[in-house]
Design a protein around this ligand. Structure first.
Ligand SMILES: [Zn+2]
Length: 353
């Protein structure tokens, strides 16, 4: 299949915050992906699709069934006889290929996500064989979930579980398979069409509010670039090739540097105080904020986080995390505990004494 040319990431006009968030999440998987919130037609999907041109190549199966060494490592029953023979002979069954974006369709079923029965094998050989689902193919790639707020909650949960654990489990009768699945999760939603439950929202890393461009000149530029891309995608993309390659190299360097990036405690402490002062309950807030700050330091070629990294990433990491309900809930249960404790003192303490 011919590679489809996607609209270059760097040709997206404006939306700097969205671009920053996507790049930071690509540098550091611990940031736990990005949620893009905004109306339709503001470039969310375009940016998500274009991001892969900036990321390093990944192994891709040569086999139509998607056999990879990671499957053979789990059980030989997951790979086809041809690939098993190749692996035995010490031959490659994957090649290095550009990263891909896998998009979850709105009507996806649990089988589509986790894998389900292979219909061809079931028909021809009347036996059950696993046909891998989206989480399998998304491994090492990007998983884009458009309109995440409209999806079945069980499916969203299942994807978020895989994203946070780095693996997922398929159960069929006595067959249980655990498959690695590490991917960059990008969700998008239009708040006009419904909210995402706070429990699900909390599990997504950075949040960007993608607004329509305020400047008429920029809107004109969006139109012009889209027209030029539609007329001739190859030469339009070629116009951004050098810049794209330079940014891809910067991202690769940042990924290499990331393990060495540290956060001095005089930088981390005020960040935690900020989260406390905002009355954000979830500890995911500090993980996302500190990890995004490490990614930003790495992107800047540094091995130490500075105040500026926290300042720039705080909005991305912390917006839409505070919950009135949880704040009330925690306060009420503290008050209840105090009432119980004073009851213990007044009544039981007295009885004992
Ligand atoms: Zn195979």
């Amino acid at each position: 299949m011919a590679e489809v040319i996607s609209y270059p990431f760097l040709a997206v006009v404006g939306q700097e915050e969205m671009k920053t968030a996507l790049i930071l999440a690509a540098i550091n998987p611990r940031v736990r992906g990005v949620l893009l919130v905004g109306p339709r037609g503001t470039g969310k999907t375009t940016a998500a699709r274009g991001l892969v041109d900036l990321l390093p190549p990944v192994p891709r199966s040569m086999c139509p069934q998607g056999c990879e060494p990671r499957l053979a490592a789990i059980s030989s029953e997951y790979i086809c006889p041809d690939c098993a023979a190749k692996l035995d002979a010490g031959e490659e069954i994957t090649y290095s290929a550009p990263m891909q974006v896998f998009e979850l369709p709105l009507n996806a079923t649990m089988d589509d996500v986790l894998g389900g029965p292979n219909p061809r094998i079931a028909l021809e050989q009347s036996r059950w064989q696993l046909q891998q689902g989206l989480l399998y193919y998304a491994h090492s790639n990007v998983l884009y979930v458009d309109e995440i707020n409209l999806l079945d909650e069980d499916i969203v949960n299942c994807i978020l579980d895989a994203a946070s654990r780095g693996y997922y489990v398929v159960r069929r009768g006595r067959l249980i398979g655990t498959f690695p699945s590490q991917f960059l999760l990008i969700g998008s939603m239009n708040p006009e069409e419904g909210q995402l439950r706070p429990q699900l929202m909390d599990r997504l890393g950075l949040r960007v509010v993608v607004s329509p461009l305020p400047d008429p000149e920029q809107r004109m530029e969006v139109y012009e670039r889209n027209r030029r891309f539609a007329d001739d995608p190859v030469s339009f993309a070629a116009g951004y090739a050098d810049e794209t390659m330079a940014l891809a190299e910067e991202i690769a360097r940042a990924k290499d540097l990331l393990p060495r990036v540290t956060i001095p405690s005089d930088i981390a402490r005020p960040a935690i105080r900020l989260i406390e002062s905002l009355k954000i309950q979830s500890h995911r807030a500090e993980i996302v904020l500190l990890e995004a700050s490490r990614a930003r330091a790495a992107a800047d070629g540094r091995t130490e986080v500075k105040h500026e990294d926290i300042n720039v990433t705080a909005l991305l990491a912390l917006r839409q995390r505070r919950s009135d309900f949880m704040e009330r809930f925690v306060m009420e249960s503290r008050e209840e505990d105090e009432r119980i404790a004073s009851g213990i003192d007044a009544i039981l303490g007295h009885e004992n004494g």
